[in-house]
Design a protein around this ligand. Sequence first.
Ligand SMILES: Nc1ncnc2c1ncn2[C@@H]1O[C@H](COP(=O)(O)OP(=O)(O)OP(=O)(O)O)[C@@H](O)[C@H]1O
Ligand SMILES: [Mg+2]
Length: 235
Amino acid sequence: MLLEVAGLHAHYGKSHILHGVDLAVPEGGIVSLLGRNGSGRSTTLKTMMGIVPASAGRVCLAERELTGLRPYSIARQGLGYVPEERLVFPNLSVEENLLMGVQPGQGGSERWTLEDMFRYFPRLEERRAMKAGTLSGGEQQMLTICRSLLGNPRVLLIDEPTEGLAPKIVEVVMEVILDIQRRGVAVVLVEQKLTIALKVAQRVFVMGHGEIVFRGTPEELRERPEIRRDWLEVS
Ligand SMILES: Nc1ncnc2c1ncn2[C@@H]1O[C@H](COP(=O)(O)OP(=O)(O)OP(=O)(O)O)[C@@H](O)[C@H]1O
Ligand SMILES: [Mg+2]
């Protein structure tokens, strides 16, 4: 396994949020992390990135332990992160925002270029000289994804990338995620839209109350309506 998370616990102050999360991501695979609002999906990604400190457990990338490192060191080790909140530098241009993300990355894999990003999202090229703060929410989302890719991660953690996007752009984002995988980058996808999550992933993890309550293939999840009812569908 390229990325392994074992027995991860995390707290916000006195609230115990993650209760021993185990996850494994194979080289070049797409894993979906599902669950209802508040189940701990974002906290899992943040704890993997070192943004929230782990109170127990470990995160290893290619057998190197990342637990306890600062977020920027974790990013340098090859973990990319697209947060739920679209984080752009509002007063920098689109192009400057992209250049801020450029990192050589690890290993000899093919590097992502600005041209690759503009091919995915022509709107960003049209707006390359504009201040990022003037972009729509969807465009800022595209920009955040692209900036993370330019860091040439080995694994990309993406938190709800299609949230609030028009259906046409959702399609594009899905294509980008599949293309990321074709280029050998593994993906951990937190995605509210079940059809998308099951379509792109080879493995699915369902979270409930800060724990993994189901792990299996998309096919196995389709055969377990009770898991969907108890842990995914909104009653
Ligand atoms: N900064 C914080 N301080 C205190 N509690 C928090 C904080 N962030 C999240 N929580 C709590 O931790 C729990 C898990 O939140 P998390 O953001 O990981 O959920 P999630 O699965 O990503 O769902 P969603 O994105 O729909 O909110 C929730 O009960 C939430 O209220
Ligand atoms: Mg979340």
